[in-house]
Design a protein around this ligand. Structure first.
Ligand code: AMP
Length: 215
């Protein structure tokens, strides 16, 4: 399947994407994971992105489109892809449309995961992430802690709080989402690709997607 996952930070895009990869071999493409990997590896891309990310600001569209243009042409995307955290602005959505047209790729849908603000705030302040750039497994200190505190179940690396998950950075990321990313809901509605799911459980989101794909 070829899906875009829309939704505020903490809406569950990453969790839903990971669950969907297990259904049909589609790959999860998270621009946030790619950027965090680049920051940790100290690459040129990482150096350019780091200050924006720390502040909870969006990285410039040109950098993101450079990443995605290459990534979408890698062979593992042929089976399908789940775009998690991209596009984030109208110019990115327009550039993606042009890129997919050029590559002859058709999207199935854009899923808007709509979760109440209180749930988002609670999730983001209690979220913890594996520090290994190759893993980046997600935990929650309340609902899904690692078996050994601070240690990733999957790879044994330290599990940490992301630098952009302080209260100040979170509220800035949510404002940025409202201003820059929320307009994409209308964009994909007009494209006839939108599925909005109001659900706080990832299983319910997956069910709604399966139903829509089947119908
Ligand atoms: P995420 O893990 O998706 O919350 O992304 C973490 C941070 O990476 C964001 O707050 C942005 O600074 C940056 N980022 C990720 N994806 C994008 C994107 N599509 N456009 C611009 N910045 C992005």
């Amino acid at each position: 399947m070829k899906l875009i996952l829309l939704g505020a930070p903490g809406a569950g895009k990453g969790t839903v994407a990971k669950m969907l990869t297990e259904l049909d071999g589609s790959v999860q493409i998270s621009t946030g994971d790619i950027l965090r990997g680049a920051v940790q590896a100290g690459t040129e891309l990482g150096k350019q992105a780091e200050a924006y990310m720390k502040a909870g600001d969006l990285v410039p569209d040109e950098l993101i489109m450079g990443i995605m243009e290459k990534r979408l042409q890698e062979p593992d995307c042929e089976k399908g892809f789940l775009l998690d955290g991209f596009p984030r602005t109208i110019p990115q959505a327009e550039a993606l449309k042009e890129l997919l047209d050029r590559l002859g790729i058709k999207l199935d849908m854009a899923v808007n995961i709509d979760v109440p603000r209180e749930v988002i705030l609670d999730r983001l302040t209690t979220r913890r992430t594996c520090s290994n750039p190759e893993c980046q497994a997600i935990y929650n200190v309340k609902s899904n802690p690692p078996k050994v505190e601070g240690v990733c179940d999957k790879c044994g690396s330290p599990v940490v709080q992301r630098e952009d998950e302080t209260e100040e950075a979170i509220s800035h990321r949510l404002e940025t989402y409202q201003e820059k990313t929320a307009p994409l809901v209308d964009f994909y509605d007009k494209e006839g690709l939108l599925l909005t799911v109001q659900a706080t459980s990832s299983e319910a989101v997956i069910d709604a997607i399966k139903q829509k794909l089947a119908g």
